[in-house]
Design a protein around this ligand. Structure first.
Ligand code: COA
Length: 163
């Protein structure tokens, strides 16, 4: 009998979501580089950790894994009641197991705790995996920004979620 797939948004066995710390940054930057995201790099994450939005920097760890460490991360900022999700990525070998959705749900909870009323993000129009994740978690497309991204040039889809 095959093992049932975990329900999206629930915690996988051994999955813990913690606030990011300085000790996580080498792994976070490695995941960022391997995921092809716009580059922040170590210094930008470190600076963000010193600021007011540090509670909006989370990592997912799989305690039961043979290689414990950071499986994924999410970074957001809260300004004037708006939660802006900047980066989310999961190590390739751990994708499609609900980690992205767990991170997203945790950051939305934290946004509510900070009294944000709406969450926003931009995503490359062609990033179908990320768009599917956001839609699955309740985000809806509200606008499109032409040629918002460079290298390669691509439109951004703006998505929002009412908290
Ligand atoms: C986008 C990303 C974070 C998703 O992480 P993940 O842990 O695999 O996502 P989840 O397992 O929580 O997926 C939740 C749901 O999102 C959708 N989804 C996720 N990846 C998908 C894919 N490749 N194709 C289609 N749907 C997908 C599915 O509905 C999925 O539920 P299901 O597995 O029950 O069908 C991951 O693919 C990633 O790190 N990509 C590279 C970085 C990136 O593009 N980040 C977004 C920048 S805006």
């Amino acid at each position: 009998m095959s093992t049932p797939k975990p329900t999206t948004g629930t915690f996988l066995a051994g999955l813990a979501t913690d606030q990011m710390s300085e000790h996580d940054l080498l792994e976070v930057v490695e995941i960022e580089e391997r995921s092809g995201l716009s580059r922040w790099g170590w210094a930008a994450y470190y600076a963000e950790l010193q600021g007011v939005n540090r509670s909006l920097m989370l990592v997912a760890r799989l305690a039961n894994s043979e290689t414990p460490g950071v499986a994924g991360y999410i970074v957001a900022r809260e300004t004037a009641g708006e939660l802006h999700i900047n980066n989310v990525a999961v190590r390739e070998e751990y994708r499609r197991q609900g980690i992205g959705c767990s991170l997203l749900n945790r950051i939305l909870e934290e946004g509510r705790r900070l009294r944000a009323t709406t969450a926003f993000l931009e995503v490359r129009a062609g990033n179908l995996a990320a768009r599917a994740l956001y839609e699955r978690c309740g985000f809806r497309a509200v606008a499109r920004r032409a040629s918002y991204y460079s290298e390669p040039s691509e439109d951004a889809v703006v998505m929002s979620f009412v908290l």
